[in-house]
Design a protein around this ligand. Structure first.
Ligand code: C5P
Length: 219
């Protein structure tokens, strides 16, 4: 039996990038390593939660002890997230691709002299917004992330309202901060209560403090 303030609580975490297929051997992706999402899942486990970890193809290995669901594309991630409901809280740390190739080829696209493939795109579902705006079975607490390069707080505050989540964890990913791909993070937590600015600290510590905040909110 688990002990801790989140014992008996089921929490969903999404993490990593998504891969959007072009054909059976090619895909479009992004540079998310999955580090922050993995740290959050580990911190939630540490507080006794049952964690459903829905991850795209991440660089860092998933934590042990989670209910692990591996997915590739954004649409698969949405399906896995909806299958994992109901949960008490959901933390959306994945870097979901905004677009997919609208008609991925079922066979490898052949290279042809003088001809370039023309890819067209379709918009992916917004998983955070979809879950936040559910009328039935919405988690009591929904947390999103916002990686911004300018007007961090204003953009993140607008994003929180647009998506309908409870909290947004906002950070400045301008190259000068060294946060993207680094081991530290400096975040602002936006909620109905306003903005809470945390000093720069390790991503592990951000994860632990966030997990504690989740435990307090569910208490
Ligand atoms: O709109 P933007 O991508 O900046 O929003 C970031 C937040 O939304 C993150 O929490 C991310 O996990 C979530 N998201 C999502 N599905 C998408 C796009 C973003 O869940 N298709």
């Amino acid at each position: 039996l688990k002990a801790g303030p989140l014992a008996g609580r089921r929490v969903l975490v999404t993490s990593g990038p998504t891969h959007e297929p072009i054909d059976p051997v090619r895909y479009i992706a992004n540079r998310s390593s999955g580090a922050q999402g993995t740290a959050i899942a580990r911190a939630l486990l540490g507080l006794g939660a049952d964690v459903v970890f829905v991850t795209g193809p991440a660089e860092v290995p998933p934590p042990e002890g989670v209910e692990l669901v591996r997915v590739e594309s954004a649409r698969e991630m949405l399906e896995a997230v909806e299958a994992a409901l109901p949960v008490d809280a959901a933390v959306f740390a994945a870097a979901v691709a905004d677009w997919r190739v609208s008609s991925a080829s079922s066979s490898k696209i052949k290279k042809q002299a003088g001809a370039l493939p023309a890819l067209t795109f379709a918009e992916n579902p917004d998983i955070l917004a979809t879950v936040s705006q559910r009328t039935a079975g919405r988690p009591a607490l929904v947390v999103g992330f916002a990686a911004e390069t300018d007007d961090v707080e204003a953009n993140a505050a607008a994003k929180r309202l647009r998506k309908g989540c409870d909290w947004i964890v906002a950070n400045d990913v301008s190259p000068a901060t060294g946060i993207m791909g680094g081991t530290e993070n400096a975040v602002v937590i936006l909620s109905d209560e306003g903005a809470e600015r945390w000093p720069r600290m390790s991503k592990e510590l951000v994860a632990r403090r966030l997990a504690e905040r989740v435990a307090l909110a569910l208490a």
